[in-house]
Design a protein around this ligand. Structure first.
Ligand SMILES: *Cc1c(COP(=O)(O)O)cnc(C)c1O
Length: 385
């Protein structure tokens, strides 16, 4: 299906609601039935029929259809956060005694799920450097049930060969799951490469306006039905109808926003790469990126996030540089309209917390929708000191 069809029309049965161009927010927790028979019939399929909003809601259902089509999956569930999507997806695949192979340095709360939460229930894990498929193969045990990927990750952008990972996992009867937040389906569609489950922090590119926290899980009909029947309905981390309507609005411009963000990030990366105050730029779209060839093979483009190691002698020098920046907001998250800067130095000297394991000269940028040259002007004056 054409991207324009998905973003502008798919799932929107406008004749059901006065031919309104924008779908209504069906702000109702439950749905009534005219007869006992229709009530009984609705329970045959709570995922598709409208019984109760923890299960299904018409506004949320429109969003689910669009997201499933974007990821080329048969179905999709949406959640109140990316973390809820990750946790629900992972929990759905493991029981006590099982083992997960996960890429090194996944998203921070995914790491916490594996290291602090799941061990309480007898689920173990091995972190591997997923840049080499041999490491993944070696880590697989007879009780491994899930291979969890993040390609690229959202700080240093290590990739996994998704086709090879999917083939390896299939040959061992292991389910694969990837966090595809960095690329979005505009630039990478893992299901076409054989991956079983795709999760997203929709807070980032899908919503895109820094005003909704939302998670997404895309997969086959059978996996989604299984997740729905147990983890989705019991954990109950659902997206509210009003938030679903906001995400649908965000999707109208998904293609425009993601491409603009990526094009500007490329310009900024090229600018920073030639600057003497920058030791190294990490960006999968640059030929200098160690896995540039693999990125070209499995991604249509790099995204809007990039990181640099600054060529500075002291953390104080980094702090002074940071305070000269005027056009980037200091904030976590990314994927909105606004450009962001996240210096690792901000994760040093936090009272009661150990310093970041990453060096203090590492800085992540998210490039939003502003004019790239206007952003570069700001970088230029800040780096000049
Ligand atoms: C933000 C993020 C998450 C968590 O999503 P929330 O919507 O914040 O819960 C997971 N993975 C990646 C790569 C992220 O950037």
């Amino acid at each position: 299906m054409h991207l324009s069809e998905i973003l502008n029309h798919l799932g929107e049965d406008r004749e059901l609601y006065f031919n309104a161009v924008s779908p209504p927010v069906i702000q109702s927790s439950n749905f009534a039935f005219p007869t006992l028979d229709s009530f009984r019939q609705a329970f045959v399929n709570e995922l598709e029929n409208t019984v109760y909003t923890r299960g299904n809601n018409p506004t949320v259902a429109i969003l689910r259809k669009k997201l499933a089509a974007l990821e080329r999956s048969e179905d999709c569930l949406v959640f109140s956060s990316g973390s809820a999507a990750v946790t629900t997806a992972v929990l759905s695949q493991v029981s006590a005694g099982d083992h997960i192979v996960c890429v090194e340095a996944p998203y921070s709360w995914t790491k916490t799920l594996l290291t602090k939460f799941l061990p309480r229930f007898g689920v173990s894990h091995t972190f591997v450097d997923g840049r080499d498929i041999a490491n993944i193969r070696q880590a697989i045990q007879p009780n491994t049930k899930l291979l969890y990927l993040e390609s690229p990750n959202s700080l240093t952008y290590e990739l996994q060969d998704l086709t090879a990972c999917a083939a390896l996992a299939k040959s061992c009867g292991i389910v694969t799951c990837i966090d595809n937040s960095y690329c979005s389906p505009i630039f990478q569609r893992p299901i076409e490469l054989g991956i079983d489950m795709v999760v997203h922090s929709g807070t980032k590119y899908f919503n895109g306006h820094s005003d909704v926290v939302v998670g997404v899980l895309c997969s086959s009909k059978s996996i989604i039905q299984k997740v729905f029947d147990l983890e989705y309905m019991t954990l109950g981390g659902i997206l509210a109808p009003h938030d679903a309507a906001l995400v649908i609005r965000g999707l109208r411009t998904l293609d425009l926003r993601v491409r603009r963000s990526a094009e500007s990030a490329m310009k900024v990366a090229q600018y920073l790469e030639q600057h003497p105050k920058v030791l190294r730029v990490l960006y999968p779209g640059l030929p200098s990126f160690p896995q540039y060839e693999l990125a070209r093979q499995q991604m249509d483009s790099a995204g809007g996030l990039l990181s640099v190691y600054l060529n500075m002698e002291t953390i104080e020098e980094v702090e002074a540089w940071f305070h000269r920046l005027k056009r980037f907001l200091l904030a976590v998250s990314w994927g909105g309209h606004e450009s962001l800067v996240l210096p690792t130095a901000g994760f040093y000297k936090i009272p009661g917390r150990p310093d970041s394991p990453q060096p203090w000269n590492l800085v992540r940028f998210y490039i939003g929708l502003e004019d790239a040259d206007w952003l570069i002007e700001d970088l230029e004056q800040a780096l000049a000191g």
